[in-house]
Design a protein around this ligand. Structure first.
Ligand code: HEM
Length: 339
């Protein structure tokens, strides 16, 4: 009798344990199924954020998408300025064209050198020299030249460094280079400005266009065709270089100072305009100057001395600046130096 009741109690305990296990299992199944039912197939964390198109449709009165700020500088309220994309596209495009024009001019000079070779003094030097540029002329030239080259190379690093220099020298060296380059680019601009001002004051009077410049261009400046067309102190090509440097340099400086003192004189659209034009003008002038450096150094026999010692061979002067040689002779009361 006692054995039967023990067996009954054990059977009841077994049933209740099995019931509990089955219940727990069923409950787990229910909860898991519920959780799975709530979970979307793929998680999209930005699903509830504002759609960009909606933001653009809600453009504020200045054409910007903005928020509210409590700091004094109200410009920081701008979140999206749609013209920024047009600006970036224009800047990238002009940088590409500028980069290609620099490569293009280098290529053209190599071809020119291979075909024409060095422009020689016909029949060699005379051995007699005359003064072409005094100390102040040469000081202004080399002040402009060194500052322009420093500005040019640091500017090229700002435009192309990330894609061309960074992969070669690595992030640490590139950071150091670019940081010091930025200081150079800012401060050397004042020396460049002084240089073009001095050049303008000393040389503008000899750089106004003259009728003989047309003939000079038609004859290829004596560089392409045969014979040397008459020219004053500066020939047609040099006048183009001079005004490119003076006017182009002034425009580059103007747009550069707008960038150096952000929002002092203009709004964001003005800053973008200055940035695009600073880049375009800088690259164009750099390409022009490459050609100038070539002809003032390896491209022409006897040219460098004009800016080196200031004394040039009389035969060189007669070939390239015949009208100027006559004028100098007339002023000094002598006849023109012999060839
Ligand atoms: C660094 C290399 C350079 C060399 C070797 C060089 C050489 C020369 C030479 C020899 C002249 C005198 C030409 C003559 O007597 O007829 C000259 C003139 C001149 N240079 Fe340079 N120059 C250099 C860089 C620059 C730079 C960077 C600029 C301006 C950004 C510049 C602007 C001028 C101007 C405006 C003239 C007068 C017009 C002309 O001759 O074309 N030069 N240069």
């Amino acid at each position: 009798m006692q054995t039967v009741s023990i067996l009954r109690r054990a059977a009841r305990a077994l049933f209740s344990i099995a019931g509990a296990v089955v219940g727990a299992f069923a409950l787990t199944l229910l909860v898991t199924a519920g959780a799975f039912a709530q979970q979307p197939a793929s998680v999209n964390p930005t699903a509830s954020s504002v759609n960009e198109q909606k933001l653009l449709e809600a453009l504020g009165p200045q054409g910007n998408v903005g928020g509210r700020v409590t700091i004094p500088d109200a410009r920081s309220r701008t979140l999206i300025q749609p013209e920024g994309r047009t600006y970036r596209a224009e800047r990238d495009q002009s940088a590409k064209i500028g980069g290609l024009s620099i490569l293009g001019i280098l290529g053209l000079l190599v071809v020119f050198y291979l075909i024409r070779g060095k422009v020689r003094i016909t029949g060699g030097r005379s051995g007699e020299t005359m003064t072409r540029f005094g100390f102040m002329d040469r000081f202004a030239h080399w002040l402009t030249a060194t500052s322009f080259l420093l500005l040019g190379f640091t500017g090229l690093n700002i435009t192309f460094g990330r894609s061309l220099v960074l992969p070669v020298i690595g992030p640490d060296a590139f950071t150091a280079l670019s940081q010091s380059g930025k200081f150079v680019h800012n401060y050397v601009s004042f020396a460049f400005l002084l240089g073009i001002l001095l050049m303008f004051l000393m040389w503008a009077k000899d750089n106004f266009p003259a009728l003989r410049d047309i003939r000079w261009f038609l004859q290829g400046g004596g560089l392409i065709g045969l014979g040397h067309p008459p020219a004053g102190r500066f020939n047609g090509g040099q006048k183009l270089i001079f005004w490119s440097v003076v006017l182009g340099g002034a425009a580059i400086s103007f747009t550069g100072y707008i960038l150096m003192f952000p929002f002092q004189w203009t709004d964001v659209a003005g800053m973008q305009w200055a940035s695009v034009w600073h880049g375009i003008l800088g690259l164009v002038l750099f390409a022009i100057i490459i050609a100038h450096i070539y002809i003032g150094s390896v491209g022409m026999e006897g040219a460098f001395e004009a800016m080196g010692s200031g004394e040039v061979d009389v035969k060189w002067a007669r070939e390239h600046h015949s009208v100027w040689v006559e004028k100098v002779a007339a002023k000094s009361g002598k006849t023109a130096p012999a060839e």
